[in-house]
Design a protein around this ligand. Structure first.
Ligand SMILES: [Zn+2]
Length: 415
């Protein structure tokens, strides 16, 4: 057990030890580790899921670092399985071209490239693309589709190999990756090694302002060990000879940021968006611990309200199922403590159908079976996709079924 994870006692960005616990979810298993029917007896460990605030630079982070090989070697999550994400990466590829205006056949490297959704878009626009991803099955799938992908964790050493084989990169991207990496210094040194002097590093990551304002508790998972805002990143990039030249808020994953970074002294001027978001965070008090403690209190209120409702429905003899068999759903099931209060999880991802949730062993059924089981209520863990889900299941609603949206507030949807 002890060599499966360790608890970090300093800040991942500034190395300060002046950190404070602000949110404690207790022990939670790996959220995506749904098991098949012949693995029901498999022991799955639970690891502490805590959120800490660095009083020196303002970073919010989880101290618990689980061995990445345990998390990612059998990682199943495919970008293409998430609603709307394929179109997102298609638009993103165009944004890269418009922003960077790279020369034809310039090298673009995507860190954590998954099945290659962004690589595909960049390749179609004339770039020479390379993906780096530690999940073997995903990397092989991308390579088979003509999107060369190395099975690796990106770091300074891998960056050196890429440079030796393919030259410097005009574009390096990392989407929903920065928050998952313990040694960010190694990544930054890799970027310094590989990036051309006029090149650009672009990243997308969840935005703590949105996480707090929308109460996105399902973003708190073992895979996410950092919860970024702009202020701590500004000083972090600077300490690695890099500078943030632009930052934009985007709607993905419950609210994210897309940052553009160049080598310090590079050709691009700094956008007013950077100071804009830095000022917003100062106004919201992000340099102090208070907003994060408040986030914990708001979440506790949602949990209390939801549990009263679910226990009341159970007492009335109503059947309650849930929608969503994702990493985030596992966090929500654990945080809310719904064990014994829901019977089935419905999902649309073929890879999840027929599996059972981590430790709690709640069976996952295809969402078409809603019409067979006819639950009275469906608790919607996929609340961020509420619109598309309710439109797809208008028949369930028309036949008297009700959804319970759990976040950002508890709300019953239906006639
Ligand atoms: Zn710090």
């Amino acid at each position: 057990m002890s060599n499966e994870y360790y608890m970090r006692d300093d800040c991942r960005l500034c190395k300060s030890k002046d950190i404070e616990l602000v949110f404690n979810m207790g022990k939670v298993p790996l959220g995506d580790d749904f098991v098949s029917g012949d693995q029901l007896d498999r022991v799955q460990n639970e690891y502490p899921l805590e959120i800490h605030f660095c009083k020196n630079c303002g970073l919010v982070q989880s101290p618990c670092v689980i061995d990445p090989d345990i998390i990612y070697s059998n990682y199943l999550y495919e970008t293409s399985s998430s609603l709307g994400l394929m179109q997102h990466f298609e638009d993103y590829a165009q944004y890269v071209i418009d922003t960077v205006n790279p020369p034809k056949a310039a090298l673009a490297v995507d860190i954590g490239s998954n099945v290659g959704a962004l690589l595909k878009g960049m390749k179609a626009r004339g770039l020479n693309v390379l993906g780096i991803d530690p999940a073997k099955a995903l990397a092989e799938k991308a390579s088979k589709a003509g999107l060369e992908t190395w099975v690796a964790f990106f770091n300074r050493e891998v960056a050196g190999k890429i440079k030796a084989e393919k030259g410097l990169a005009a574009v390096i991207t990392a989407n929903n990756v920065m928050a998952n990496i313990d040694d960010l210094t190694d990544i930054m040194e890799g970027i310094q090694t590989l990036l051309a002097d006029d090149g650009v590093f672009m990243f997308e990551t969840g935005y703590m302002v949105d996480t707090i304002q929308n109460v996105v508790i399902d973003n708190l998972t073992h895979e996410h060990i950092c919860y970024f805002s702009v202020l701590p990143l500004l000083s972090f990039f600077e300490s690695h000879g890099l500078e943030m030249v632009d930052i934009k808020r985007i709607p993905t994953k419950g609210g994210s940021i897309r940052g553009t970074v160049q080598k310090k002294g590079g050709p691009r001027s700094v956008s007013s968006n950077v100071t804009g978001l830095a000022n917003l965070e100062r106004e919201l008090g992000f340099e102090r611990v208070d907003p994060f403690k408040n986030f914990s209190l708001v979440s506790e209120n949602v949990k209390a309200e939801l549990l009263v409702l679910l226990k009341d429905l159970k007492a009335q003899g109503k059947t309650v199922s849930a929608y969503g068999a994702s990493i985030g759903a596992t966090s929500l099931m654990y945080y809310f403590g719904i064990d014994g209060l829901i019977d089935v999880l419905y999902d649309d991802n073929p890879a999840k159908i027929g599996t059972f949730s981590p430790v709690l062993r709640i069976p996952v059924h295809d969402s078409s079976e809603i019409y067979e089981f006819k639950p009275d209520y469906i608790l919607n863990f996929a609340w961020r996709y509420d619109g598309p889900i309710y439109r797809r299941h208008t028949r369930y609603l028309a036949e008297g079924g009700k959804f319970i949206n759990c976040l950002p507030t508890v709300k019953i949807v239906g006639a």
